[in-house]
Design a protein around this ligand. Structure first.
Ligand SMILES: C[S@@+](CC[C@H](N)C(=O)[O-])C[C@H]1O[C@@H](n2cnc3c(N)ncnc32)[C@H](O)[C@@H]1O
Length: 327
């Protein structure tokens, strides 16, 4: 008999990764409590761009919140969602959506579980507030330093009149808000009981930091997983590794898309669950997860090299920068 939250559409050969085709709100309502140790996710920011109406506009190549950025050097570029079209009603809808989402997510998490959510400088406050209104603690933000092509433009149709003006700054970072389900007692007690409450250090000597340099997603990865919001493996591997402070537990991505978070978990040897509501992306993820998780050298090799470097074969170290995948 299948579970109330359904049977997975995909299970990786290692058994570590499970992907469900479902609406994450329904799935979370049915999933057992106190069973997820961290969330790393990239939701549809405006809750608008992945509605069936907007996805059909994207796939037909015209209009809606999706726009095709100007070609650079003759190369056609990926469509980007145009978030500045969101009005007050959309922002209120965004807050309500995250409020409802946080309410069903909260019981599924163990105490001390971290939730990392990709946002945008325009809406990170709305997402954070909705989560805090739903009993999560705000614990900061990770700055993903990356060149985007958003903002920086001169005033529309008055470019010649105002050649020295940018209407908005050219965005050079992406905020990932950090929330946490409150711990039971002290962090040390919570770590012993639930294995959560902190972040895994890159090495004993180095704390996990909140600014991470990250190139845009590599062409090789985009060819494997042509999702319009694909995140790079190098960045995901770094943050996913950190969210299980003792390297134990299960990571959830409720807006899994093409499965990039799940692929990062698979590469790290972490157990992971993904949920995705669009069947096209489920099919994409089934192909992409095994291929993305094989990009770059296996983690075991990197750790071997790192421990040779440090002369400490007994300590699991983060891969040295020089041998990290370079996306
Ligand atoms: C921004 S994309 C994530 C892409 C992902 N970062 C990747 O690298 O492939 C958000 C995804 O959430 C999915 N989605 C939207 N609403 C959902 C819901 N209620 N439940 C599950 N998935 C949903 C969309 O179909 C879309 O693929």
């Amino acid at each position: 008999m299948s579970e109330p939250y359904g049977t997975p559409a995909y299970v990786s050969p290692s058994g570590l990764t499970r992907l469900y085709h479902a609406d994450c709100l329904d799935w979370l309502r049915a999933y057992p409590g106190h069973s997820i140790h961290a969330v790393v996710t990239d939701p549809p920011y405006g809750m608008l761009e992945y509605t069936p109406e907007q996805v059909s506009k994207l796939r037909n190549g015209h209009g809606g919140v999706w726009r095709i950025p100007p070609a650079i050097g003759g190369h056609q570029r990926q469509p980007l969602p145009r978030f500045t079209v969101l009005g007050d009603k959309d922002i209120a809808a965004l807050h309500s959506f995250f409020r409802a989402w946080a309410t069903v997510l909260f019981p599924v998490l163990v105490p001390g579980a971290h939730v990392l959510i990709a946002t945008s400088p325009l809406f990170n406050h709305v997402v954070s507030q909705a989560m805090v209104d739903s009993k999560f603690e705000k614990r900061g933000e990770i700055v993903r330093l990356t060149q985007t092509l958003r903002g920086g433009d001169r005033p529309k149709n008055a470019e010649d009149e105002f050649p020295e003006v940018s209407v908005m700054p050219r965005s050079q970072w992406e905020p990932w808000v950090i929330l946490r389900k409150p711990c039971e007692g002290r962090v040390s007690d919570n770590l012993r009981r639930w294995k959560t409450g902190g972040f895994r250090r890159p090495s004993r000597d180095r704390p996990f930091g909140d600014v991470i340099e990250s190139s845009p997603t590599r062409r090789e990865e985009r060819a494997i997983a042509p999702h319009p919001s694909l995140k790079p493996q190098a960045f995901l591997r770094e943050v996913v590794r950190a969210v299980l402070p003792l390297g134990e537990g299960t990571v959830l991505d409720p807006f899994a898309g093409s499965g990039s978070t799940l692929a990062a978990c698979e590469w790290l040897g972490y157990s992971a669950i993904g949920i995705e509501s669009d069947l096209t992306y489920i099919e994409m993820a089934k192909e992409a997860i095994p291929r993305l998780s094989r990009i770059g050298p296996p983690l075991s090799l990197l750790w071997e090299l790192a421990s040779v470097d440090s002369g400490d074969p007994g300590t699991p170290h983060s891969p040295p920068t020089s041998v990290r995948p370079t996306s």
